[in-house]
Design a protein around this ligand. Structure first.
Ligand code: ATP
Ligand code: MG
Length: 512
């Protein structure tokens, strides 16, 4: 049946072609479907269609031009392809695919083409923005010079992120990648930063969970979720991050700071590979299309800090990439590492021994963020990475079982306490001032002789003590951006008192 249909439509096309030659029928803006399947339609006609242009089919349903050949064009369809039949007519719109943008999107969940999927009704905005736009030029950009606080101690102290930076979160599956991104979104509360969370190829149930968590922490009101789940066709997954960044860009051009998370770009690369194989484009390395690098670079280039003349807004991007068995030298990971300004590498072994967030301080780097780090944080966290590196080195030695000299033992004790302090639970981002106190406490060396199990308890008591009787210390750090020697002495005294006062019960409870 399909074949007969095919033949019929083909013979019709041949007739049309003869007609066109004889009567010059205009096929530049109207085309006819030759074949359709797997969310790809091949169209005869539409000779003047542009790459990326929106095409309307009866229904109406929509598609985007992805392939331009001599006698036909290939259109990727958004949504169900069963409504479109061979022989159907379709039309050019002379516009590229656009998405609704604006403040009405805050607190909403939409799909890749801007249709709300949260059951909360229509999105009240008339402003739209094309999904593909050129990234701002060099002259339009400014230096990254303001910190974007993640609220995660290990990141803000060792691998700081700045507004306008692109920092990759990379690691194997189930190592806490999404958790870092979600905590960072939660930490933007009352900081005047808008957030866009773009989920690509994930389960709808995980997105529902993330939405609930954001709602619980009062973070959904400044966040927009763009979801293109694993069950959606590849064209939708392909376009989702571009739609998401267009939404972010609109805010950036209004002078706002925006944080965007792409979760995750490995699935995006796979969706693009599927799409282009269906379009019969020749595959390259690992069967990915040749332009896969360009695909991600043109996306991530759109994140930047705009110059003062253009309003000074910014987009900070946290793309996520999944590795297989920690292999960061695979094709897609190396591509994206080279496009971003640094990476947070999450280590499966650390995650499994309970060191969470499992940030590997050796392989993680932030290339521009340290210039945006606050002075106090820079001062207290100066040697953290070095200390961790020597700790791991000494730990390897100590496994040989020989007697350890005093200085080695000191490095080992300090490293173990430091690692303990850097552990942090999910959904509990900290204020910058509290992070500074925690790091100061461990760097003062006063915790080196306590049992690692009681460290968090001591830090909690310290926080309580400062909050109730010495809140001026937090105020100095937050408002005056100062951390004086008197403040430090006060903290030293508090720590000593807490250490003395931890009673017998506490000692047995925490194994001290
Ligand atoms: P996937 O590869 O499936 O996307 P992922 O790398 O994004 O996984 P998450 O989903 O963020 O990982 O986290 C995996 C599990 O680890 C979750 O159950 C999460 O609750 C837990 N987890 C993540 N971070 C922490 C943390 N800091 N403390 C305790 N548990 C955590
Ligand atoms: Mg995840």
């Amino acid at each position: 049946m399909a074949n007969i249909n095919n033949l019929n439509s083909l013979s019709q096309i041949i007739k049309d072609e003869i007609d066109r030659v004889e009567h010059k029928i205009d096929t530049s803006s109207v085309g006819q479907v030759v074949s359709v399947g797997d969310c790809i339609a091949t169209i005869y006609g539409l000779e003047e269609a542009m790459y990326g242009e929106l095409i309307v089919f009866p229904g109406p349903s929509y598609g985007m031009v992805m392939n331009i050949e001599e006698n036909s064009i290939g259109v990727a369809l958004f949504g169900n392809d069963t409504n479109i039949k061979e022989g159907d007519l379709c039309q050019r719109t002379k516009e590229v695919v656009s998405i609704p943008v604006g403040d009405a999107l805050l607190g909403r969940v939409i799909n890749a083409i801007g249709t709300p999927i949260d059951g909360l009704g229509k999105i009240e905005t008339t402003t739209t923005r094309p999904v593909e736009l050129q990234a701002p030029q060099i002259m339009d950009r400014d230096k990254v010079n303001e910190p974007l606080e993640t609220g995660i101690k290990a990141i803000d102290s060792m691998i700081p992120i700045g507004k306008g930076q692109r920092e990759l979160i990379i690691g194997d599956r189930q190592t806490g990648k999404t958790a870092i991104a979600i905590d960072t979104i939660i930490n933007q509360k009352d900081k005047n930063v808008y957030c866009v969370y773009c989920a690509i190829g994930q389960k709808n149930s995980s997105i529902a969970q993330i939405m609930n968590k954001l709602k619980q922490h009062d973070a959904l009101k400044y966040t927009c979720i763009v979801n293109s789940s694993a069950s959606e066709p590849s064209p939708m997954q392909y376009i989702a991050p571009y739609s998401a960044v267009s939404i972010a860009e609109y805010w950036m051009h209004q002078g706002k700071d925006v944080l965007i998370v792409y979760d995750d770009l490995s699935k995006h690369a796979v969706a693009y590979r599927t799409l282009l194989l269906l379009l019969r484009r020749s595959p390259g390395r690992e069967a990915y299309p040749g332009d896969i690098f360009y695909l991600h670079s043109r996306l991530l280039e759109r994140a930047c800090k705009l110059s003062k003349e253009l309003g000074g807004g910014s987009i900070t991007a946290l793309p996520i990439v999944e590795t297989q068995a920690g292999d960061i030298s695979a094709y897609i990971p190396t591509n994206i590492i080279s496009i971003t300004d640094g990476q947070l590498f999450l280590n499966t072994d650390l995650f499994n021994i309970g060191q969470r967030p499992a940030i590997d301080s050796n392989l993680s780097v932030s290339r521009v963020g340290s210039s945006a780090q606050t002075k106090i944080m820079k001062e207290v966290s100066k040697n953290l990475r070095m200390q961790l590196a020597s700790y791991h080195e000494m730990l390897d030695f100590s496994r040989f079982g020989s007697d350890l000299d005093k200085s080695t033992q000191k490095i080992l004790n300090h490293g173990a306490i430091l690692l303990e302090v850097l552990k942090q639970k999910q959904y509990m981002p900290l204020k910058m001032s509290q992070e500074i106190i925690d790091i100061y406490a461990v760097q003062s060396g006063l915790l080196d002789d306590v049992n690692a199990n009681s460290v968090h308890h001591i830090l909690k008591l310290l926080d309580n003590a400062i909050r109730t009787h010495h809140n001026y210390i937090y105020e100095h750090i937050e408002n005056d951006k100062k951390f004086t020697d008197e403040d430090k002495n006060e903290i030293n005294e508090l720590i000593n008192t807490i250490k003395k006062n931890i009673d017998e019960e506490d000692l047995t409870k925490y194994g001290g």
